[in-house]
Design a protein around this ligand. Structure first.
Ligand code: AMP
Ligand code: GLY
Length: 436
């Protein structure tokens, strides 16, 4: 089978590493890839947001299955385009991808299908938004979300009226996120620990994969600006079998049923970002693809071959029975360039990768890396993900940090507290919960 992976981050390196080892793969291509992916796949340079060019590539290379990593091609209708050309692809069609790509769509969809989420209002103008805020309907803090994709920067948790009005001005008057901020969702602020849950879907059937917890802020102690994710651990100790069954029943399955009722089919990974409130799990956001860095933590824990699962999901005929998982856990640390999530310098030589890879139980996935004069250099904000696996979180975490300490490049930064939450008794993660 000839496989094409679209994307060039740590998530795609984790997918490529897993798939490259599986039986039945005759050729693995990745676009645009990175210096790490180049070791397991042949790189091509087609822009992932150019769906016509992707379709031409898959057709020219006689690709049997294309796997989409990031959300942008999904939002641009890559799945619809491939299907029209008779090409097999893993991911949701454009209408279903709106679950991630439009917060207004996602909230309306959840309301229509009884999926638990925060109460909300949609605002079409700055005047509407200020009226909702002035009404005090949601109190403070309150959450404001730009409707469209805003590279993880479109959500503000505003402590008071001034902060909320400033967020309205930034999105709707200054148009800081362009058209993505033309509409805003204002919603009640929920509290409780945040957990991500992943399912594999074929349009009618969903299989639970596992859960994870991300670390979104750039600095230790969850301080500083939001990022794409600075580290994760998987599975989440908070999502036991009972809670997982509840999430499948009350959230994942209603998504599939709702999509069918609305005339589309959800095929692909479904990522539910949840808050475990006193009133049960509620959806904070959906992503219509795997998470980054969650995929880096999860892929090493999947024992079953992924390719047969993804192909049958793409064909709408997943067999029953959840994928087999190892009985180990994973902690992954993102190594970022200095200045991230702001402007960063690229082309900085990276040292110590081989020594780091020698640590037992450790795998290193590349994100923003490139090869320059026979040397691996930085090429972006998030540079590497160091994954430690082990019998428990303590062991996995220690291995990841031992390996991370062997890597060095000018300006490199990483959080020192990834995975500490997993070592706390579950009850402590709930202590901040006050309402729902
Ligand atoms: P999102 O991009 O939708 O994942 O939101 C980014 C972050 O904002 C989430 O990870 C949460 O920490 C926070 N957030 C989003 N919605 C809410 C909410 N309704 N209540 C509290 N925090 C929220
Ligand atoms: N780590 C969160 C995401 O992939 O969106």
């Amino acid at each position: 089978m000839k496989v094409l992976i679209v994307g060039g981050g740590g998530r795609e390196h984790a997918l490529a590493t897993k798939i490259a080892r599986e039986r039945g793969v005759s050729k693995l291509l990745c676009t645009p890839g990175n210096a790490g992916i180049a070791r397991v796949a042949q790189l091509v340079s087609v822009d992932p947001s150019d769906v016509d060019a992707l379709c031409a590539l898959a057709s020219h290379e006689s690709i049997d299955l294309t796997i989409i990593g990031p959300e942008l091609p999904l939002d641009r209708g890559v799945v619809d385009r491939f299907r029209r050309a008779g090409l097999r692809i893993f991911g949701p069609p454009r209408d279903a991808a709106q679950l991630e790509c439009s917060k207004v769509f996602a909230k309306g969809f959840m309301a229509r299908h009884g999926i638990p989420t925060a109460r909300y209002r949609v605002c079409d103008s700055a005047h509407d938004a200020r009226t909702v805020l002035a009404s005090g309907e949601f109190g403070f803090p309150v959450v404001l979300k730009a409707d469209g994709l805003a590279a993880g920067k479109g959500v503000v948790v505003a402590a008071d009226r001034d902060e909320a009005n400033a967020a309205v001005r930034a999105a709707m008057v200054e148009r800081r996120f362009g058209d993505a901020g033309a509409r805003l969702v204002i919603e009640e602020c929920l509290s409780g620990p945040e957990v991500s849950f992943f399912a594999l879907c074929d349009g009618t059937r969903a299989l639970p994969l596992t859960s994870a917890q991300d670390h979104k802020r750039v600095f230790d102690g969850d301080r500083g600006p939001n990022t794409g994710g600075m580290g994760a651990f998987a599975p989440s100790p908070l999502l036991d079998a009972e809670l997982q069954a509840e999430v499948m029943r009350d959230i994942v399955e209603p998504v599939l049923r709702g999509m069918r009722a609305e005339g589309t089919e959800y095929r692909g990974f479904l990522y539910a970002g949840l808050m475990l409130t006193c009133a049960g799990p509620k959806v904070i956001e959906f992503n219509v693809r795997f998470g980054d860095p969650e995929a880096q933590a999860v892929m090493p824990l999947i024992e079953s071959d992924l390719l047969p699962l993804l192909s049958s999901a793409a064909d709408g005929r997943l067999a029953s029975g959840a994928p087999r998982m190892t009985d180990t856990v994973a902690v992954c640390i993102v190594i970022a360039s200095g200045g991230y999530p702001g402007a960063v310098k690229s082309g900085v030589p990276i040292r110590g990768l081989e020594e780091a890879e020698r640590v037992q139980g450790v795998t290193i996935f590349h994100a923003g890396t490139a090869m320059q004069d026979n040397q691996i250099v930085t090429a972006g904000g998030r540079v590497l993900t160091v994954v430690g696996t082990g019998a428990d979180y303590r062991e996995a975490r220690e291995r990841a940090y031992v390996a991370a300490a062997r890597i060095s490049f000018d300006g490199m930064q990483y959080r020192r507290d990834i995975g500490l939450k997993a070592l706390q008794p579950a009850s402590q993660q709930f202590t901040k919960t006050s309402d729902a």
